[in-house]
Design a protein around this ligand. Structure first.
Ligand code: PGA
Length: 257
């Protein structure tokens, strides 16, 4: 089926960078350059502490806001956590879930990530579910097995109707923040397997609407080739989303892809 039914999505994952006042400058620059175009979906995911400032500055633009994590309950005694309801109240559209840094440093399991995915849908947030193998898993030729297992676990009990609002990000762990990118062919191979899994699980029509982003050292110099692949529908951008220039360039490259 034709890739043209999916609009590219360029999502910036700022991770634990930028204070609220630093965020202001970056958001203003991004807004000014690509805030009105509609050809490419653009989303920025600042830290929680910069969401409110960003939401205010993005009002009236076509740039959407996302969070980098959430707790899977609406409210309650969960010291230090942030709920999907709170994120909605700050005009978040997306939430990144299951990022490899959360899996690695905070022990998040597929079952816990699944709770979050289900809770995000409950609150009408669109999850960007991250999957991807570690270096040793790739070397042991376990990439596809690992990715399938993460999809299986993370998307348990998700309905086809909910899946229409799902975004998947394939992020090989060895490529994140390392400057090493998967070759376009390596990435496409995994993206195609993810697409087949989605077809099996949610049916052809829904699976072809789901965007699968590539993440892992994506930057203007390598984006064109990656975005040209039949099952790569955009990028989840870490390092290169922290400067307006490179992020805007990535949006423009997606426009031309
Ligand atoms: P990177 O991060 O672009 O800095 O590799 C991507 C991510 O972790 O989402």
């Amino acid at each position: 089926m034709n890739k043209a039914i999916r609009k590219y999505l360029i999502a910036g994952n700022w991770k634990m960078n930028k204070t609220a006042s630093e965020a202001e400058d970056l958001v203003k620059d991004i807004h000014q350059s690509v805030g009105q175009q509609t050809e490419v979906g653009v989303c920025i995911c600042p830290p929680f502490t910069a969401l409110e400032t960003s939401a205010r500055l993005l009002e009236g633009s076509n740039i959407q806001l996302g969070a980098q994590n959430m707790y899977p309950k609406a409210e309650g005694a969960y010291t230090g956590e942030v709920s999907p309801v709170m994120l909605r109240s700050l005009f978040c559209t997306f939430v990144i879930l299951g990022h490899s840094e959360r899996r690695e440093y905070f022990g998040e399991t597929d079952a816990f990530i699944n709770e979050k995915v289900l809770a995000s849908f409950e609150s009408s947030l669109k999850p960007i579910l991250c999957v991807g193998e570690k270096l040793e898993e790739r070397e042991a030729e376990k990439t596809l097995e690992v990715v399938r297992e993460q999809l299986e676990g993370g998307l348990k009990d998700v309905t086809s109707e909910q899946a229409e609002n799902l975004v998947v990000a394939y992020e090989p762990v060895w490529a994140i923040g390392t400057g090493k990118t998967a070759t376009p062919e390596m990435a496409q191979e995994v993206h195609a397997v993810i697409r087949s899994w989605l077809v099996e699980r949610f049916g052809e029509t829904v699976a072809h609407k789901i965007r699968i982003l590539y993440g892992g050292s994506m930057k203007p110099a390598n984006a064109e080739e990656l975005l040209a692949q039949p099952d790569i529908d955009g990028g989840l951008i870490g390092g290169a989303s922290l400067q307006a220039k490179s992020f805007i360039e990535l949006v423009n490259l997606a426009k031309q892809a």
